[in-house]
Design a protein around this ligand. Structure first.
Ligand code: NAD
Ligand code: TYD
Length: 351
């Protein structure tokens, strides 16, 4: 099949990136898809085992914080478009080591912008730099209201500050150099391949092993959850139909308090593991709150729904069932990613 487009996806070995790579490789056989990833603790090529033999899929190991390597890689691959997902993504790690987040999320993004600007300088318009960002850049909400595309940025954690900074650079490159960009800001994702340092997979793993379920503070914080495949579908929609220069918020209108999610997970796990009702809830343990813990995130995704016709395909309860089923039938994946360095991280974080 003749190639119509070379698409470079950064961070494609991570949680969301692997779902985006799979969607693009399988849905668009006419595209050459390059997955460029540094394979940090969060990157795992096992996530893509099912598609690694596809002729339109290529993996390239690369670190976006390496300026010279990015310039060279862009000249070699000559991508027509970039989908940028590579990032340090965990708030708790950003509290311990902000500089790693500045190196990858800020400087890494600017390295990619420079490499794209240099490669596309004679013909900007036929290209696209799509930056994948988070709702956390908008800060924290009280009980009412939603984040809209024009909500002022007010990041509160080193992670969200680094993502906000990268968003500003992407917009600045559009405004200053005419680089064709689009940005989306998504709410919390969940689903298969989620690294078990994040709330949902951490609790699934701990329930399985009868370990305490650490809930920060009182568990009253609210997040707006979206199934990862629906995020990948939204990215596909925005990549193909989004207006250059625009921002799209992505979310599932699906707000949950942390404590309620953990209780739901306990119920689903008790049923799937044939444990008597209430067994796993006994593992719930309230621990010291996260420093600067954002109270509530809630996305208004009407622009994406009304202008581009996207909507989530799954209800939360159905998505959680699928997610738990995936973790229970992929024990080897879970064992592999929770051995070694993860153990050290866990000890440092939870004692
Ligand atoms: P993840 O941590 O699971 O994966 C990140 C990937 O980036 C990994 O494969 C890692 O190896 C790679 N990476 C890290 N540093 C790199 C570097 N210097 N060079 C090259 N590759 C590097 O993250 P995720 O949850 O899949 O998030 C992907 C993107 O989506 C991020 O930009 C994140 O900010 C954004 N996002 C995430 C969520 C969420 O709920 N997880 C929500 C909204 C937006
Ligand atoms: P997390 O999955 O880290 O995502 P984010 O901080 O990007 O929203 O956390 C989701 C929520 O769960 C957040 O309010 C923090 C909370 N949380 C806990 O209560 N205990 C934990 O062990 C973790 C990792 C998170």
């Amino acid at each position: 099949m003749a190639t119509t487009k070379k698409v470079l996806i950064t961070g494609g070995a991570g949680f969301i990136g692997s779902h985006v790579v799979r969607l693009f490789v399988t849905k668009y056989p006419e595209y050459e898809v390059y997955n460029m990833d540094a394979l940090t603790y969060a990157g795992n090529l096992e996530n893509l085992k099912d598609i690694e033999g596809q002729s339109n899929y290529h993996f390239v190991k690369g670190d976006i914080s390496d300026e010279a390597a990015m310039q060279q890689l862009f000249q070699e691959i000559m991508p027509d478009a970039v989908l940028h997902l590579a990032a340090e993504s965990h708030v708790d790690r950003s509290i311990k080591d902000p500089m790693a987040f500045i190196r990858t999320n800020v400087m890494g993004t600017v390295n990619l912008l420079n490499a794209a600007k240099e490669l596309w300088k004679d013909d900007m318009d036929s290209h696209l730099f799509y930056h994948i960002s988070t709702d956390e850049v908008y800060g924290s909400l009280d009980d009412g209201g939603y984040f809209l595309e024009d909500t002022s940025y007010d990041p509160k954690s080193p992670y969200s500050a680094s993502k906000a900074s990268s968003d500003h650079f992407v917009r600045a490159y559009h405004n200053t150099y005419g680089l064709p960009i689009v940005i989306s800001n998504c709410s919390n994702n969940y689903g298969p391949n989620h690294f078990p340092e994040k709330l949902i997979p951490l609790c699934i793993n701990n329930i399985k092993h009868n370990k305490p379920l650490p809930i920060y503070g009182k568990g009253e914080n609210v997040r707006d959850w979206l199934y990862v495949v629906d995020h990948a579908r939204a990215i596909d929609t925005i990549f193909h139909q989004g207006k250059v220069g625009d921002t799209y918020n992505i979310g599932g209108f699906n707000e949950w308090k942390n404590i309620d999610i953990v209780r739901l997970l306990c119920q689903v796990m008790d049923r799937k593991l044939d444990r008597s009702e209430g067994t796993s809830e006994k593992l719930i343990t309230f621990v010291t709150d996260r420093a600067g813990h954002d109270l509530r995130y809630a996305i208004n995704a009407h622009k994406l729904m009304n202008e581009l016709g996207w909507k989530p395909s799954l209800q939360f309860e159905e998505g959680i069932e699928k997610t738990v089923a995936w973790y229970l039938s992929n024990e080897e994946w879970l064992e592999n990613v929770t051995s070694g360095n993860y153990q050290k991280y866990y000890e440092g974080q939870y004692g």
